[in-house]
Write a protein that binds this ligand. Structure first.
Ligand code: GLV
Length: 394
């Protein structure tokens, strides 16, 4: 009998069993002590919901828009590096699940399936996430490739000019495809279903990079690639240059401070993503959900504010929307589904989240997702106000 999936956690449990340790650890890690990674999730639990009764619940809708695009719920799939190592052809499968469900899929620069490959195997535009690299020509070509593939938004990541250290990736020797060592062979040998999928596909390398970038050292290692190629001098002028070069909808991802949100506004972003990269970059930063209200207050009436980090349920989505986000992203939650059971698992994750969102909305006394607001929540005193800069911002 197929397993009964009722939560994203169920998918996580299956995922953990089915995927090689190296790729499970890659997904399930934060940087250094993992405090921010943990708090992205646990801070959601501090927020409670206001139960309301005797409200007509018929005709509910969780549909909305993200940067003008209609979505069946405001939950996009976040860019996740190496998704095609979690399950053979993973980016194509996740993009197909997203398109059938009616939510945006974001392809990472560090994907296994290339931009062209995903475009060829899907019918609706997806979003492309860009990392800025030292080689401007290569960046320009990536932008051109995304345009040619019909991508309808560029998601520019700002919080990863250098890579936050994730201890397990170093210890596991993370690479795509996996390097064969006695330890990795022993683990891979137990992942039969994963191995059969990988044996059937040719997509085992960083598809946007290999064969497209010049002078690449070790193109199988995310850490060497980022250390060698990512542009540590990325600044607002370069962001403007990329915006002009792209000319389409621009989403700036990795904003966690109101000052930076104001800068993003000046640059003319269509949306910002309040994000700490899933706790994978600056460990010790506050969780995304805790920072969201301040950023919404600073710029929320002038730019669409999205958020990611820690969303594992429809209740988390509702809390983010009620605190002012116009859109949310799931990263790990969809990877759990993908690693557990491919495209169907991603669909399960989306279905679970939609059901939780819809039922929670109803029991909070709301029928339309656009009516959610802080009035639906109970937030502990000091949830947003007990933190302040140790000195005024420079
Ligand atoms: C990005 O590619 C990451 O590993 O967080």
């Amino acid at each position: 009998m197929p397993p009964v999936i009722t939560t994203v956690d169920d998918l996580h449990a299956l995922y953990r069993r089915r995927v090689p340790r190296m790729f499970y650890d890659y997904c399930q890690s934060g940087s250094w002590t993992e405090q921010t990674f943990r708090e992205n999730e646990t801070d959601f639990d501090l927020i409670r919901l206001r139960q309301r009764v005797a409200v007509d619940m018929e005709g509910r809708s969780v549909a909305g828009t993200m940067i003008g695009r209609e979505v069946t719920m405001p939950v996009a799939l976040a860019p996740v590096g190496l998704t095609g190592m979690q399950y053979a052809d993973g980016e194509i499968l996740a993009a197909r699940a997203a398109e059938a469900f009616g939510v945006p899929f974001t392809l990472s620069t560090m994907s296994i399936c290339s931009i062209e490959d995903v475009a060829e195997h899907t019918t609706k535009p997806f979003w492309f996430q860009l990392y800025v690299m030292k080689d401007e020509d290569f960046v320009d070509r990536l932008i051109e490739r995304a345009r040619a593939a019909g991508c309808d938004a560029l998601v520019l990541t700002l919080d990863l000019q250098i890579l936050g250290q994730r201890h397990k990736d170093l210890k596991n020797g993370l690479s795509a495809p996996p390097k064969l060592t006695p330890a990795s062979i022993a683990n891979l040998a137990t992942k039969v279903r994963w191995g059969m999928g990988m044996a059937r596909t040719k997509r085992r390398f960083f598809g946007n990079i290999v064969g497209h970038a010049k002078g690449v050292g070790d193109a199988s290692s995310l850490s060497s690639w980022t250390a060698e190629q990512f542009d540590p001098r990325l600044d607002w002028d370069k962001i403007r240059r990329i915006k002009d070069k792209w000319g389409g909808k621009l989403i700036l991802k990795g904003i966690l401070d109101a000052e930076d949100a104001r800068m993003a506004l000046q640059v003319g972003a269509d949306a910002i993503v309040v994000s700490n990269h899933g706790g994978r970059q600056l460990d010790g930063a506050l969780s995304s959900i805790r920072m969201l209200p301040e950023i919404v207050d600073a710029v929320g009436d002038r730019v669409e504010v999205h958020m990611d980090g820690g969303i594992r349920s429809g209740q988390d989505v509702l809390k983010a929307l009620a605190l002012g986000a116009k859109g949310t992203y799931i990263g790990r939650a969809f990877v759990y589904g993908l690693g557990a059971m491919g495209q169907q698992g991603v669909t399960h994750a989306l279905e679970v989240i939609r059901k939780e969102l819809d039922t929670t909305m109803a029991l909070c006394g709301e029928k339309d997702i656009h009516d959610l607001g802080p009035h639906n929540l109970l937030v502990p005193r000091g949830f947003r106000g007990d933190w302040e800069p140790a000195a005024p911002p420079r």
